[in-house]
Ligand binder design. Structure first.
Ligand code: HAM
Length: 451
């Protein structure tokens, strides 16, 4: 068991109500996703799902908890995620479990366990769900974070790397957020070891110019030197040896091929020689995507990914070259909100087609039936049975920006008719209830033609 640290305050602290009963807040770094956020979360999910369908990634859902050692082995000791951020505990059977801090390790575990290596290769999988990292919460950094991930297992073809970058790039394009791709290659572990020696030699000579953190990194995790944001380390970093010069012919060719594909696909990218990623499993291509206006700081990475050719073997499977990417959903929401605000854009309006207003008890029960019939015809109806006055209901229809309102009062119930009101012109017509669906569809068709 981990040693318990002193109890932290919750973000929204528990408190006592007037009646003396305790109310509950959130754990620090956790957040609720409320209906007001749905206009982001829902289309984001749909965009991810559509991309998965188009690029033929099959959905995989793995448990939120796994054996802790799966992540320790995959991500590596010495990484921030393993050393400082995992939620690890013993369950009631004494098993050491972890809330998943990411999902690539679990996907590879599933690939090996279910014999997916027996299927035609590559196997392409995607997921959507929460991950947990006990990080220091700040803007864009949560302890529960949602990711959409795409993984391609069983091929070392560079086209797979390019395809994954294209999927991620298209995600941001489809949600309406301009982004830039940063890319690098970190080669094989052997190439990286040679490079690390060179890097350490170079940095050692400049030790006196480095920040406290970098002095520590020098001994512990030299590649992280390249991540340092401290002002004083920047000149040293700029002149540092570049990993690309330490790659062998094969690694270089792989990387060149990925870049050629991106050129062909017209996906703009920036080569960033300091991009090394913070998890141990990566080999060859690594990349991150940032908002186009972003500073390129670690916190604003919208997504990250790369190749992990050796992970399956590390987890007891057969050699399985693979690559993947995970997109942070909260960061996409924040970045798009910011972008829309700066550019005076709004999320597309809901696609509600009519608002159903009813007056009186008899109308209300008849209304339910008609609404259900319209639903069966895939007509999207909004309604609110808790507002009684017509004025209040029409105001609501207005705020929902629906093109038509249906009005059903006692008189219409008796005569089996209903009023269709054009919300823009205010023109109303009375139609037979039996003809309602066909009338509405005609109006929608005409409306679509006008647009
Ligand atoms: P990662 O870079 O650790 O990679 O996370 C991917 C994305 O998740 C980040 O770019 C960021 O948008 C989001 N993210 C990470 N931590 C937080 C946090 N504390 N709060 C909010 N958002 C966060 C991975 O997880 C790898 N599994 C990616 C991958 C897939 N590599 C190969 N396949």
């Amino acid at each position: 068991m981990q040693k318990a640290k002193p109890k932290e305050k919750t973000a929204n602290e528990s408190s006592s109500t007037e009646k003396g009963k305790k109310t509950f807040g959130l754990l620090r770094g956790m957040h609720d996703i409320l209906p007001k956020d749905e206009k982001y979360w829902k289309p984001f999910f749909h965009v991810a799902e559509k991309l998965a369908e188009h690029f033929q990634f099959g959905r995989i859902e793995t448990p939120i908890m796994e054996e802790a050692s799966l992540f320790v082995r995959s991500l590596g000791r010495g990484t921030d995620v393993v050393d400082k951020e995992m939620y690890i505990f013993e369950d009631r059977d004494g098993t050491r479990v972890a809330l998943r801090p990411e999902n690539t390790a679990a996907v590879v575990r599933a690939y090996i366990m279910h014999g997916l290596w027996n299927h035609p290769q590559p196997v392409k999988l995607w997921y959507w769900g929460p991950m947990f990292r006990h990080e220091r919460p700040q803007a864009g950094r949560y302890r529960e974070l949602w990711q959409a991930g795409f993984e391609t297992l069983g091929t070392h073809d560079p086209v797979a790397d390019a395809e994954l970058i294209l999927v991620a790039y298209n995600f941001y394009k489809d949600i309406g957020l301009p982004v830039e791709v940063h890319i690098n290659s970190i080669g094989t572990p052997e190439e990286r070891e040679k490079y690390k020696t060179e890097l350490v030699n170079y940095y050692r000579a400049k030790r006196s110019y480095l920040c406290e953190d970098c002095r520590k990194r020098l001994g512990k995790n030299p590649l992280r030197l390249l991540d340092c944001k401290a002002e004083q380390c920047q000149p040293v970093k700029e002149e540092a040896p570049q990993i690309i010069d330490w790659l062998g012919e094969e690694s270089k060719n792989h990387f060149m091929k990925v870049l050629e594909y991106l050129d062909e696909l017209a996906v703009p990218y920036t080569l960033r020689h300091t991009l090394v990623r913070g998890l141990d499993y990566y080999t060859h291509t690594v990349f991150e995507i940032y908002p186009a206006t972003g500073e390129g700081g670690a916190q604003s990475a919208l997504c990250g990914g790369g190749r992990y050719d050796l992970l399956a073997e590390e987890l007891g499977g057969r050699p399985t070259p693979a690559a993947g990417v995970a997109l942070g959903i909260e960061r996409a929401v924040t970045a798009l909100k910011q972008y829309n605000e700066q550019n005076k854009k709004e999320m597309p309006a809901n696609n509600l087609q009519v608002f159903f207003a009813q007056l009186g008890d008899r109308a209300r029960s008849r209304a339910l039936k008609i609404i259900d019939e319209l639903r069966g015809q895939e007509i999207k109806v909004a309604f609110n049975f808790f507002k009684n006055s017509l004025k209040a209901q029409l105001e609501l229809a207005n705020s929902l920006k629906v093109p038509y309102a249906l009005i059903l009062g006692q008189k219409e119930v008796q005569e089996s008719t209903i009023i269709i009101r054009d919300m823009e012109s205010g023109v109303q017509e009375i139609v037979d209830q039996k003809k309602l669906e066909s009338m509405l569809k005609k109006k929608f068709d005409n409306g679509a033609k006008k647009e």
